[in-house]
Design a protein around this ligand. Structure first.
Ligand SMILES: *Cc1c(COP(=O)(O)O)cnc(C)c1O
Length: 424
């Protein structure tokens, strides 16, 4: 699939008159169209709800857009819960799928009407102690162990993952929770990340639906909701075929009819906690070429670095790059595209064939809408960039300003005199 930026050079030039590079740019039209498609694909299930994984793109403007499509929020920390609260979440709108969680976060999640998703059987007592009782609605996270395989491909290794309970534990947990007053139950599992196949959700659904049937048989408890969590991927590479969300929704429906309906569980709600799929393709990192260097290799230095987008450095992840205004030029130059960190893995691309790049060229680094800005950090004293939302009519809004040195030094308030005279 040919990858094209969602923004034109002309629009970018307008934006950079006001907002200097680098910045993350988001595509409102794309976000809306995709959120509607997800809603449509699961409209066969009356209780369906997507809880957007806030960690992917924790910006209240973007979170608010998703509310129009019935989305809630999947959180795993206090500040993510606060963000969900800020954009007006109501009871039932938050899924707290955390792990290794401190008591005050369970307390706050409960206070705002979030559904607590227990990562471990020992957390029953922990939560009871933290909030004084067991909430009426509760979810448990399942980990089947072993390898998760789809048609001979190893998708991931749940046996090696820190999350979730074993089957005997989850069955025991349901018994205990029921005894302690829980009345509405859910199960959850997240077994593979960034899956570029329409088969992942249906396979996971089958596993969870069968577990729900087994739980009912063993304990008499019928779950009310089944949370398929995140994991639907996006085509980062032009060689990947995008997932078809309608085929995925239909695949889950088929398994639902096959497994749940005959068990008398045809009223179970399907929940999802997608992050990457909701935002990934609808964000890009806009950066400017500021240096070229010819040594043992050809380098282009840009004004963004790994603190703005960590995935290439951390996972060796591929992110497609478009040199704006040179879309039709031949890709006859091989470059390493580098940032400025004192780390040799600070490269957005290695040995990448691109059109000839000149200083001042704008580069669009694709698919940074999820796990992009949010994985940012301050190594080397680098500052986080701005975030900009491109609206459907071509206008734009700065939805987060760039950090300034004052932000970087803000936590030195123990020495106020040292930094008080700093100007931005
Ligand atoms: C990260 C995460 C998600 C979102 O994953 P994506 O791959 O972005 O869809 C959902 N649920 C939980 C519990 C997560 O940790």
């Amino acid at each position: 699939m040919k990858k094209r930026p969602f923004v034109t050079l002309e629009t970018l030039q307008k934006i950079i008159e006001e907002i200097p590079t680098p910045f993350h740019l988001y595509d409102e039209a794309g976000i809306r169209k995709n959120a509607q498609a997800l809603k449509d694909a699961f409209s066969w299930n009356p209780g369906f709800k997507e809880y957007f994984a806030v960690k992917a793109t924790p910006n209240p403007f973007l979170l608010s857009i998703l509310r129009a499509y019935g989305c809630g929020y999947d959180c795993s920390s206090l500040t993510e819960l606060m963000l969900a609260k800020t954009v007006g979440c109501e009871p039932g709108d938050v899924m707290f799928s955390s792990n290794d969680t401190p008591p005050e976060e369970f307390r706050f999640a409960n206070e705002i009407g979030g559904i607590i998703n227990l990562d471990d059987i020992t957390h029953i007592e922990y939560v009871e102690k933290a909030i004084g009782s067991i909430p009426e609605t509760i979810c448990c996270r399942y980990n089947p162990g072993g390898l998760f395989v789809i048609s001979n491909d190893i998708m991931d290794n749940p046996g090696d993952a820190k999350y979730g309970m074993t089957k005997p534990q989850i069955i025991q947990a349901f018994r205990i929770l029921h005894e302690k007053g829980a009345r509405r139950f859910g199960i959850h599992a997240f077994l593979a990340s960034n899956t570029v196949t329409n088969d992942y959700y249906p396979m996971l659904a089958k596993l969870l639906f069968e577990l729900a049937a087994e739980i009912k048989e063993e304990t008499g408890i019928a779950v009310s909701f089944i949370n398929l969590s995140g994991g639907i991927g996006i085509p980062y590479s032009p060689d990947d075929d995008p997932n078809d969300i309608y085929a995925i929704g239909e695949g889950v429906r088929r398994v639902y009819e096959e497994v749940l309906v005959p068990e008398g569980m045809g009223d179970v709600a399907i929940f999802t906690e997608l992050g990457r799929f909701m935002m990934g393709p609808y964000g890009c990192l806009v950066t400017k070429a500021i240096h070229e260097k010819h040594t043992h290799k050809e380098y282009i230095g840009v004004d963004a670095c790994a603190v703005n987008l960590m995935r290439p450095a951390m996972y060796g992840a591929y992110h497609h790059i478009t040199v704006m205004g040179k879309e039709h030029a031949p890709c006859d130059h091989m470059y390493d595209i580098t940032g400025s960190l004192c780390e040799n893995n600070d490269k957005f691309a290695i040995d990448r064939f691109l059109p000839r790049i000149d200083k001042g060229d704008l580069l669009v680094i694709h698919d940074t809408g999820a796990h992009g800005f949010s994985m940012g950090y301050n190594y080397n004293g680098k500052l986080r960039s701005a975030e900009v939302l491109l609206h459907e009519d071509g206008t734009f809004t700065k939805i987060r300003r760039a950090e300034t040195p004052r932000d970087y030094f803000a936590t030195f308030d123990v020495f106020p005199e040292l930094f008080s005279k700093l100007t931005d």
